[in-house]
Ligand binder design. Structure first.
Ligand SMILES: Nc1ncnc2c1ncn2[C@@H]1O[C@H](COP(=O)(O)OP(=O)(O)OP(=O)(O)O)[C@@H](O)[C@H]1O
Ligand SMILES: [Mg+2]
Ligand SMILES: [Zn+2]
Length: 507
């Protein structure tokens, strides 16, 4: 009797799926199944699921000791997808599968007590890894549509029994079709927003240059409404971006029926969300909201209500476009290139200047706004007051322009940025900024004057230049002119400060 067998599967390190060999050896000695090789709890519980599944399909596990080794032994293994490679290698070891059945295949999936195969997160990156190893990918039927996107050979089976039949030359399993490319959840149209012309224009600028944006205004001004319309202004995902975004959603277990969408993600976690939910981590180092929003929009409503710990954790990914999640003895990175949209009331009780003003006085606003750290605000290029919406605004006829028209201009502005080859304006480094956003003489004069009268910090100065560069791109202008600088300055909110006592809008 054959007493040794191998199956190949993968372990995830972020989005990367690394090759893992599952080695089974039957020896004499105390009966039982032992799994070694740095598996987590789900991996050790695999033993019970596989044992029950064998019993339910009438496979006897021979008396004796069965050692299952997951190699390389120093790579952490997390998740339930090891069930299938463990089950299949055991079957091969006891002769229930042909000797060569597991050659050149990667196995992936959870096994139920009744022998049915259940989906596990990460099928897409796992199938892509299999494809790059020139191996076929064996997975649960429910993962087939997702795995098929990888472009390699996929065998998707409903159950262990179906796989046995397949390998023994009985009923061969058909390759699954890839899931549909669907249009995402309908993105609401900018045309629904009455008035708020400056805020709408700011959204267009944010989309064009990938500038993070913060709306500050009283309740009901339409801040949330505006932010939800941001993804509609962004160009659809390119094929490369689509794959990367889908892999992240696959690892998070969010790709339903293998459906992919070119609509950019929009994620809006509640301010009570945990750190792990926001930036990633937790039991299996899953991607957090910031990675699920990769290449799309992360919307943080009521920004100051997020914990200071959570807001601090955002800084590094906003800078680098990826998150680093520390684990016990290693770390995991996920991409997190996001457009941050945020909204807040001017003070805790919601009021702002003017109608419905806060009765607690300026201290209220100062305290509330001080929850946002300077380094965080430094990463938000556009900070804008949104005034209350008036009854007159609401009775206006719908604006003639909506999302489609604005998105066309955004695409043109992005094309202009692409042709300069230095990336999107928000991400320009100092050297590129000074080379590509030189204002003309009147623009430079205005900027210098504003820098002095508003006491702009160096960072605020550069943010203004970046935004002005984007405004010029929307305008189809290679030169950054005075009107572009002026508009960029109008998108800079002056924050309440203790010595100032109230907020002044700068224009
Ligand atoms: N400019 C607007 N045009 C049309 N409807 C609006 C406008 N502003 C607000 N509304 C209406 O008011 C509702 C509330 O708006 P929204 O939730 O965006 O306000 P908000 O500024 O986010 O308020 P809060 O500070 O309470 O979160 C919207 O669902 C919409 O029906
Ligand atoms: Mg809101
Ligand atoms: Zn207040």
């Amino acid at each position: 009797m054959q007493t040794c067998a191998n199956a190949t599967t993968v372990a995830f390190a972020g989005l990367e799926a690394r090759r893992v060999e599952v080695q089974v050896q039957m020896t004499g000695g105390t009966p039982g199944i032992v799994i070694v090789g740095l598996g987590d709890k789900a991996v050790s519980e695999s033993r019970e699921r596989v044992r029950a599944a064998f019993a339910s399909i009438g496979l006897a596990i021979p008396a004796g000791r069965l050692v299952v080794n997951l190699a390389p032994a120093d790579l952490p293994k997390e998740g339930t997808h090891y069930d299938l490679p463990i089950a299949l290698s055991m079957m091969a070891a006891i002769g229930a599968l042909p000797r060569d059945a597991l050659d050149g295949v990667v196995c992936f999936g959870e096994v139920g007590l009744d022998g049915a195969l259940a989906p596990a997160p990460g099928a897409l990156p796992a199938a892509m890894a299999a494809h790059s190893m020139d191996a076929a990918f064996i997975c649960p039927e429910a993962c087939g549509a997702e795995a098929a996107w990888a472009g390699g050979e996929v065998i998707a089976a409903p159950s262990l029994l179906a796989l046995v039949n397949h390998f023994r030359g009985g009923a061969a399993l058909k390759s699954p079709e890839r899931g549909d490319l669907v249009s995402g959840a309908a993105v609401p149209d900018l045309r629904d927003v009455r008035g708020q012309e400056q805020a709408k224009r700011a959204l267009e600028i944010a989309a064009a240059g990938a500038h993070n944006i913060l709306f500050v205004g009283p309740p009901g001004a339409g801040k949330s409404m505006l932010a939800q319309r941001l993804p509609g202004l962004l160009p659809p995902l390119s094929s490369e971006e689509l794959l990367e975004v889908s892999m992240l959603h696959s690892v998070a277990g969010l790709l339903e029926r293998g459906r992919l969408t070119r609509t950019r993600p929009f994620r809006a976690p509640h301010h009570s969300a945990s750190m792990a939910a926001l930036v990633g981590g937790g039991l299996r180092a899953k991607p957090g909201e910031i990675s699920l929003a990769h290449q799309g929009v992360l919307f943080l409503d009521e920004l100051p209500e997020f914990s200071s710990q959570a807001l601090d954790a955002l800084r590094q990914p906003l800078e680098s476009g990826q998150v680093l999640i520390a684990r016990a003895n290693h770390h995991v990175t996920y991409p997190a290139r996001i457009l941050l949209a945020a909204a807040m009331n001017p003070c805790r009780c919601g009021g702002g200047p003017g109608a419905g003003a806060c009765r607690r006085g300026p201290r209220c606003a100062i305290e509330y706004q001080s929850r946002l750290s300077g380094p965080l605000l430094d990463r938000i290029d556009i900070q804008l007051d949104v005034p209350p919406v008036t009854a007159a605004d609401l009775t206006l006829p719908p604006p003639v322009e909506g999302t489609a028209e604005a998105a066309t201009r955004v695409t043109r502005a992005r094309d202009a940025q692409a042709s300069r080859g230095a990336g999107l304006n928000a991400a320009l480094d100092l050297e590129s900024l000074e080379r590509l956003a030189v204002p003309d003489a009147p623009g430079a004069a205005l900027l210098a004057k504003a820098a002095e009268s508003l006491a702009l910090s160096a960072r605020a100065y550069h943010r203004t230049l970046k935004v002005a560069r984007t405004i010029a791109d929307l305008d189809g202008s290679e030169a950054v002119r005075r009107i572009h600088i002026a508009e960029a300055l109008s998108l800079k909110r002056q924050w309440a400060s203790a010595d100032q006592g109230s907020f002044a809008k700068v224009s």
